[in-house]
Ligand binder design. Structure first.
Ligand SMILES: [Zn+2]
Length: 108
Protein backbone atom coordinates (compact mmCIF):
# COMPACT_ATOMS: atom_id res chain seq x y z
CA UNK A 1 0.00 0.00 0.00
CA UNK A 2 3.02 2.29 0.31
CA UNK A 3 3.06 3.20 -3.40
CA UNK A 4 -0.60 4.22 -3.33
CA UNK A 5 -1.96 7.68 -3.06
CA UNK A 6 -3.55 8.48 0.30
CA UNK A 7 -6.98 8.56 -1.37
CA UNK A 8 -6.40 5.05 -2.76
CA UNK A 9 -5.25 3.77 0.66
CA UNK A 10 -8.32 5.32 2.24
CA UNK A 11 -10.61 3.59 -0.27
CA UNK A 12 -8.90 0.23 0.36
CA UNK A 13 -9.09 0.66 4.13
CA UNK A 14 -12.79 1.53 3.91
CA UNK A 15 -13.41 -1.58 1.81
CA UNK A 16 -11.52 -3.65 4.38
CA UNK A 17 -13.51 -2.05 7.20
CA UNK A 18 -16.77 -2.88 5.42
CA UNK A 19 -15.69 -6.50 4.91
CA UNK A 20 -14.62 -6.87 8.55
CA UNK A 21 -17.93 -5.40 9.73
CA UNK A 22 -19.74 -7.96 7.55
CA UNK A 23 -17.59 -10.77 9.01
CA UNK A 24 -18.42 -9.59 12.54
CA UNK A 25 -22.17 -9.56 11.77
CA UNK A 26 -22.00 -13.08 10.29
CA UNK A 27 -19.97 -14.36 13.27
CA UNK A 28 -22.34 -12.81 15.82
CA UNK A 29 -25.31 -14.31 14.00
CA UNK A 30 -23.63 -17.74 14.03
CA UNK A 31 -22.82 -17.38 17.75
CA UNK A 32 -26.47 -16.62 18.45
CA UNK A 33 -27.60 -19.66 16.43
CA UNK A 34 -25.21 -21.99 18.25
CA UNK A 35 -26.04 -20.45 21.64
CA UNK A 36 -29.72 -21.09 20.91
CA UNK A 37 -28.91 -24.75 20.13
CA UNK A 38 -27.01 -25.00 23.41
CA UNK A 39 -29.87 -23.41 25.36
CA UNK A 40 -32.33 -25.79 23.71
CA UNK A 41 -30.33 -28.84 24.78
CA UNK A 42 -29.52 -27.41 28.21
CA UNK A 43 -26.66 -28.85 30.09
CA UNK A 44 -23.35 -27.80 31.52
CA UNK A 45 -19.78 -27.88 30.36
CA UNK A 46 -16.46 -28.45 32.04
CA UNK A 47 -13.40 -26.40 31.16
CA UNK A 48 -9.97 -27.43 32.39
CA UNK A 49 -7.94 -24.81 34.21
CA UNK A 50 -4.28 -25.18 33.36
CA UNK A 51 -1.20 -23.56 34.78
CA UNK A 52 2.11 -24.16 33.03
CA UNK A 53 0.37 -26.84 30.95
CA UNK A 54 -0.77 -28.86 33.97
CA UNK A 55 -4.41 -29.28 35.02
CA UNK A 56 -5.01 -27.37 38.25
CA UNK A 57 -8.80 -27.55 38.35
CA UNK A 58 -12.00 -27.55 36.38
CA UNK A 59 -14.49 -24.75 35.95
CA UNK A 60 -18.12 -25.81 35.56
CA UNK A 61 -20.21 -23.52 33.32
CA UNK A 62 -23.79 -23.38 32.15
CA UNK A 63 -23.54 -24.53 28.53
CA UNK A 64 -24.35 -21.09 27.09
CA UNK A 65 -21.89 -19.15 29.27
CA UNK A 66 -20.08 -16.35 27.46
CA UNK A 67 -16.93 -16.86 29.56
CA UNK A 68 -15.97 -20.23 28.11
CA UNK A 69 -12.58 -19.85 26.48
CA UNK A 70 -11.31 -23.32 25.59
CA UNK A 71 -12.69 -26.54 24.16
CA UNK A 72 -15.01 -28.08 26.69
CA UNK A 73 -16.77 -31.31 27.60
CA UNK A 74 -20.56 -31.31 27.83
CA UNK A 75 -22.10 -32.88 30.93
CA UNK A 76 -25.67 -33.19 32.17
CA UNK A 77 -26.99 -31.56 35.33
CA UNK A 78 -26.42 -34.68 37.45
CA UNK A 79 -22.73 -34.87 36.50
CA UNK A 80 -22.25 -31.13 36.98
CA UNK A 81 -23.86 -31.30 40.43
CA UNK A 82 -21.77 -34.35 41.36
CA UNK A 83 -18.56 -32.59 40.28
CA UNK A 84 -19.34 -29.45 42.27
CA UNK A 85 -20.48 -31.25 45.42
CA UNK A 86 -18.18 -34.27 45.59
CA UNK A 87 -14.89 -32.72 44.50
CA UNK A 88 -15.22 -29.04 45.29
CA UNK A 89 -11.48 -28.62 45.88
CA UNK A 90 -10.76 -29.37 42.21
CA UNK A 91 -14.01 -28.32 40.52
CA UNK A 92 -15.48 -24.88 40.98
CA UNK A 93 -18.43 -22.98 39.55
CA UNK A 94 -17.88 -20.20 37.05
CA UNK A 95 -18.42 -16.90 38.80
CA UNK A 96 -20.12 -15.46 35.70
CA UNK A 97 -22.86 -18.02 34.97
CA UNK A 98 -23.04 -19.55 38.50
CA UNK A 99 -24.02 -23.16 37.71
CA UNK A 100 -24.02 -23.83 41.46
CA UNK A 101 -27.01 -21.48 41.78
CA UNK A 102 -28.72 -22.96 38.71
CA UNK A 103 -28.34 -26.41 40.23
CA UNK A 104 -29.60 -25.27 43.63
CA UNK A 105 -26.31 -26.06 45.39
CA UNK A 106 -25.83 -22.52 46.69
CA UNK A 107 -28.44 -19.84 47.13
CA UNK A 108 -26.44 -16.59 47.44
ZN1 LIG B 1 -19.52 -19.64 33.05
Amino acid sequence: MSDMLPSERLAKLRALEEWLAWQLRVTRHRIEQVAEQVRATGGYVTEQDRRAGKPVGVTIHAADCAKIHQPVTTVDAAKARYALVKDSSFNHPCQHCRPDKLLGITKD
